[in-house]
Write a protein that binds this ligand. Structure first.
Ligand code: PMV
Length: 364
């Protein structure tokens, strides 16, 4: 599929005032996307667990305008409070998607959004937020053109979400999503995310992700800047090969339920991502002393107990602690007793693998 497949078929219709609401989950990459080209195209394929508890709900209220403008007018409310903080990012998003959804300039908007996770928890809301907004826009398209198929609806939602934030392409569907062309994943695409196309071993079906909030502050380096630093990075080429190779291996691991190999791939991916940051020019470190303390505790506990707890990291200091459901009692005790002291104000989020976005629009 190329981008033309997502061109809009004009029906000449205009919607009267209304609103649509979607809830989208966050996701955690196991194979990391770090480095992009063109308009949000990944340098390597990535794979993520869709989360369940960490999500964004967005209502898009639309009102037709008399004079069509180049960029739609909109206001943003976060938790009912009006704010301009997200306006620049959303304006760029509207600008990038308008060739594919030209009807958006026929309306002005109020966007009401809220996250289940605390503000400035260090958890990026861009994946869940851009995914929820893209799904709202697609629901408008569906109202204008009810004949679009469900497959097209979700593919295009992921395609649009990607233009807002790369990893948002992986937040539309559950429970394991691949984004980026990969030879072992049939129908994979750089343009949108697809559900992992093979049967997943039961051990991964209710996998846990407890997110330890080590540092809730603003990241010193944005992910956009980090992606850009992969250009001219001395290790970029081998990193993209490594990620591709790891995705190949992880695909087999997920189908066969190989927990030991899962741990090796996932932890290596997390540390490789941070190694890229530490070796770029300029270099930077997003891990904090407590991030390393938690990693060491996890390694020590795993060795002593033979459990299958492991970690991954996002572009930040927080630690995602991953473990299978049948080990949850022992591992939850370990987290409570030994890891929480390393979190800011003992804060953490209990999450697990989820099923994807849901529409919560009032059907009229
Ligand atoms: O979607 P972005 O541009 O915020 O980049 C996300 C990058 C990582 O979270 C570090 C990795 C990933 O694949 O999600």
């Amino acid at each position: 599929m190329n981008t033309e497949a997502f061109n809009y078929r004009d029906t000449g219709k205009i919607l009267s005032k209304g609103n649509v609401t979607w809830k989208s989950p966050s996701n955690i990459a196991l194979i990391k996307y770090w480095g992009k080209s063109g308009l949000q195209l990944p340098k390597n394929a990535s794979l993520s667990f869709t989360l369940n508890a960490s999500s964004t709900s967005t209502t898009l209220e639309f009102r037709p305008v008399d004079n069509v403008v180049n960029t739609p007018e909109f206001e943003v409310y976060v938790d009912t409070e009006k704010t301009d903080v997200f306006k620049p990012k959303i304006a760029v998003f509207f600008d990038r998607i308008k060739n594919y959804v030209p009807f958006i300039t026929d309306y002005k908007y109020s966007i009401f959004t809220k996250n289940t996770f605390p503000h400035s928890s260090g958890i990026a809301s861009s994946a869940s937020g851009m995914s929820a907004l893209a799904l709202c826009v697609m629901e408008m398209e569906k109202k204008l053109n009810p004949s679009i198929t469900e497959d097209y609806f979700y593919k295009k939602a992921s395609f649009l979400a990607r233009l807002g934030s790369g990893s948002a392409a992986r937040s539309v569907k559950g429970s394991i999503v691949v984004w980026g062309v990969h030879e072992a994943i049939p129908d994979s695409s750089d343009l949108y995310g697809i559900g992992f196309p093979f049967p997943i071993h039961p051990v991964f079906k209710n996998f846990h992700d407890t997110i330890l909030l080590v540092d809730k502050g603003q990241k010193p380096v944005s992910s956009s800047l980090g992606h850009n630093l992969m250009e001219n990075h001395p290790y970029a080429a081998s990193r993209f090969v490594q990620a591709t190779d790891n995705l190949h291996k992880l695909s087999i691991v997920l189908q066969k339920g190989l927990l030991k190999e899962f741990i090796e791939i996932v932890e290596s991916e997390a540390l490789s991502l941070h190694a890229m940051m530490m070796t770029s020019n300029p270099y930077f470190i997003l891990m904090q002393p407590n991030t390393l303390a938690i990693i060491n505790k996890i390694w020590q506990f795993r060795k002593e107990t033979n459990t299958h707890v492991c970690f991954t990291l996002d572009a930040g200091a927080n630690v995602h602690v991953l473990f299978p459901d049948d080990e949850k009692t022992e591992i939850n005790d370990f987290i409570n007793n030994e890891l929480l002291p390393y979190c800011q104000n003992n804060q953490y989020i209990c999450d697990n693998i989820g099923t994807g976005s849901t529409s919560i629009s009032q059907r009229s």
